[in-house]
Ligand binder design. Structure first.
Ligand code: APR
Length: 234
């Protein structure tokens, strides 16, 4: 069914949309990094216990951004945003910058961003393209130590008010490349307005697939451009 061009769209993406760019997803791999469970590296407790280890983990991931490019799925979502007349919001759980580099602007990184750092002293957030370590200091207050601007397990995702506000008002909610394991992102589909159309695009049905009206399985670089063409009437 065609969607009116002024309809409100919210799209949620996860690691699956970046998989074909060459970034490993969390749960398709074995969930391990150098024999550490990822959940054990990505916590405030881990950072407190062993900041050097946690910095090394995120430095590696930040460096890997230089070796990857946005793929056809990222580019299709940027094209949809440019062409769509109605309200549009892209919410990503990904900490990579591939949506940004594809040209998406109405974009919220609910789990933070690899390319930013946050001061543990004054809270200032700064672009941080290179490595970070315990000697890194805040450019604003000059004294505070820095941490990755990443939402760790046990921390509250960013921009939740804006996200729920958009989801509750949307006419179309689409989840792409996310396994449905991590809340609150996995529960956003339940917050969509009763009349909203809900669609999941994923390599395999996610853990919350039954909450969507429609689930399409396949690769993001196939499914997303095709879905965008449908919406734009191409
Ligand atoms: N195209 C579409 N979907 C894919 C592709 C692909 N090429 N490759 C993998 N997938 C799907 C997988 O089937 C899986 O359901 O993407 C999903 C990736 O799931 P996860 O690895 O669990 O990633 P995500 O859902 O984004 O994880 C959520 O968990 O570790 C935390 O904070 C981290 O943001 C992350 C959150």
């Amino acid at each position: 069914m065609a969607l009116p061009r002024d309809a409100a769209i919210v799209i949620l993406t996860g690691a699956g949309i970046s998989a074909e760019s060459g970034l490993r997803t969390f749960r398709d791999a074995d969930g391990l990094w150098e024999n550490h469970r990822v959940e054990e590296v990505a916590t405030p407790e881990a950072f407190h216990r062993d900041p050097a280890l946690v910095h090394r983990f995120y430095n590696e991931r930040r460096q890997s951004l230089a070796t990857v490019q946005p793929n056809a799925a990222h580019l299709a979502l940027a094209r949809l945003e440019r062409a769509w007349a109605g309200p549009f919001l892209l919410v990503t759980q990904n900490v990579d910058d591939l949506h940004d580099r594809a040209g998406s602007r109405q974009l919220l990184h609910m789990h933070g961003e690899l390319v930013r750092g946050r001061c543990l002293g004054c809270g200032a957030i700064h672009p941080w393209p290179g490595d970070m370590d315990q000697a890194s200091r805040c450019p604003t207050c000059q004294t505070g130590r820095m941490r990755p601007h990443i939402v760790w397990f046990g921390e509250l995702p960013l921009d939740l008010d804006r996200i729920y506000d958009a989801v509750e008002r949307c006419d179309l909610f689409v989840a792409i490349g996310t396994s449905g394991h991590v809340y609150p992102a996995a529960g956003l589909v339940q917050a969509a307005a009763p009349g909203a159309r809900t669609v999941e695009l994923n390599l395999q049905p996610s853990r919350v697939a039954s909450a969507f009206q429609e689930a399409r399985t396949g690769r993001a670089t196939d499914l997303v451009p095709a879905f965008v063409e449908e919406l734009l009437g191409g």
